[in-house]
Design a protein around this ligand. Structure first.
Ligand SMILES: Cc1ncc(COP(=O)(O)O)c(C=O)c1O
Length: 445
């Protein structure tokens, strides 16, 4: 069974996350505020670990940092025994600043720069997931100074379409990511790598998309990938021992979502790996899974203060909050749906239908359309559930709104893990060129 939203209710009728009264949190830290329940993140990590231990001990969980990353999160993930997937120099830098073990880092990206690759090699990341021939041409000379070979995986698009929003589908052949299987570029490059002693190909990677419920898509992609591993052996002689099936498990945002549990997901995938490997006469590969959303989404709740309320008779009641698409672009991007409550009046019955609007200067900045809440008043606290993944990570300063703070709550204690941006942060990188340094008045004739 999938897991319900986080939180409980206290005697004051307030929403409680990680043992902390959310109304008190807003008084202490302000709003918008992203609250993460540490125990829930740890539980998700544990569920993955245990599922692998039970169904496929030669499996390893690699947290996809793109879902949410900061130095504290790196520490937490490493404590939980997970590896880390990064997709940019910035994520890599964050991990290194958190002293994450470099050999447990996998470096992804469809357009890694020379500088990013140099940094990855210098830090000694565990795997570079090569996305295309251009990247290989950048990599080859960079390996010259290294005594030990650089371990690489090749990312492949297996030609599998997962049922999810088209912007987060990545396994289909028409994708910017990875080597296509529609021509022989992959085989050509594998032959190249075999001749290149400083690069060591150990594995293949695929990622079919995100927020995936349908396990058949995983089964199909595993079949394609294992057949490919066999084909590579036959055609090039290269032995591929590692397979990364790329995360993507969906989570519950509303009651209409019914994803499989983490254990069901791992059981289905690993059974397919066993069955297909046996059928193809392949040894069982070392498996990597790269979940992001299913590790951290459920742990997060965003708290907003409600401000203006506009009722258009017989049409709609707009309730505006002090954040919006700047801290949650998912609605505008994917038409994402959520559940919410009034954190300060959690016990009261939901009697009116409202639309939650953000404060950005865009008509499209709507967080929830037509949701039921108790009769809303300005000053109420709105809690939007399941905002731990792809929220802070995708936040922007649109309209020069400072990004919210993130607090980690555990057993009634709340600690800031990302401080709230200030207006001074917003202008900290602004530069005024000399010719604009004095206020020059243009005279009107
Ligand atoms: C390469 C890669 N790995 C892992 C993930 C994690 O996916 P999710 O957060 O849906 O588990 C993504 C996300 O899109 C990705 O692009």
């Amino acid at each position: 069974m999938h897991r319900q939203p986080v939180g409980s209710i206290n005697d004051s009728g307030h929403l409680v996350i990680g043992g902390c009264d959310t109304v008190e949190l807003t008084k202490q830290f302000g709003t918008p505020l992203i609250v993460l329940d540490e125990a829930v993140i740890r539980e998700s990590c544990r569920l993955y670990r245990e599922a692998f231990r039970k169904h496929y001990p030669q499996g390893q969980v690699v947290y996809a940092g793109k879902a949410f990353l900061c130095t504290a999160m790196c520490r937490l993930v490493e404590q939980e025994g997970l590896f880390l997937d990064v997709v940019s120099g910035g994520e890599l830098y964050t991990a290194m600043k958190a002293e994450f073990s470099p050999e447990k880092i996998f470096f992804h990206g469809n357009n890694k720069t020379q500088e990013e690759l140099e940094a990855a090699i210098q830090y000694g990341v565990g795997r570079i997931v090569v996305d295309n021939p251009y990247e290989l041409r950048l990599l080859e000379p960079l390996t010259k100074k290294k005594k030990k070979p650089i371990i690489i995986h090749f990312r492949v698009t297996p030609g599998v379409e997962a049922h999810t929003h088209h912007s987060i589908q990545t396994g289909q052949s028409d994708s910017k990511f990875g080597f296509s299987l529609l021509d022989d570029t992959l085989f050509k490059e594998i032959r190249n790598v075999i001749r290149f002693p400083r690069l060591k190909l150990t594995g293949l990677h695929c990622h079919i998309g995100s927020q995936i419920f349908d396990q058949k898509a995983y089964q199909k992609s595993i079949e394609v990938m294992l057949r490919l591993i066999k084909n590579i052996k036959v055609k090039t002689g290269a032995v591929v021992q590692e397979l990364n099936f790329g995360g993507g498990l969906g989570v519950r945002y509303t009651q209409d979502d019914a994803p499989p549990s983490i254990e069901e997901h791992i059981e289905i995938v690993t059974k397919t790996v066993r069955r297909e490997s046996t059928a193809l006469g392949l040894p069982m590969p070392i498996l990597y899974d790269e979940p992001g959303r299913s590790i951290v989404a459920r742990a997060g709740v965003t708290l907003y203060t409600i401000g203006s309320i506009k009722e258009i008779p017989k049409i709609r009641k707009y309730v505006s909050v002090d954040g919006g698409m700047s801290d949650n672009p998912r609605v505008a991007l994917y038409d994402a749906k959520y559940e919410s409550v009034l954190a300060n009046r959690f016990k009261e019955s939901q009697t009116e239908k409202v639309t939650i609007a953000g404060k950005c200067c865009e008509s499209g900045d709507i967080l929830q359309k037509d949701v039921m809440l108790p009769k809303v008043k300005s000053g109420d606290i709105l809690a939007l559930f399941s905002t731990g993944a792809y929220h802070y990570a995708m936040a922007s300063n649109y309209n020069r709104l400072p990004r919210p703070a993130v607090v980690l709550c555990k057993e009634g204690k709340a600690e800031v893990i990302i401080r709230r941006e200030t207006y001074d942060d917003l202008i900290a990188r602004d530069v005024v060129p000399d010719h604009l340094n004095h206020k020059v008045r243009i005279r009107s004739r």
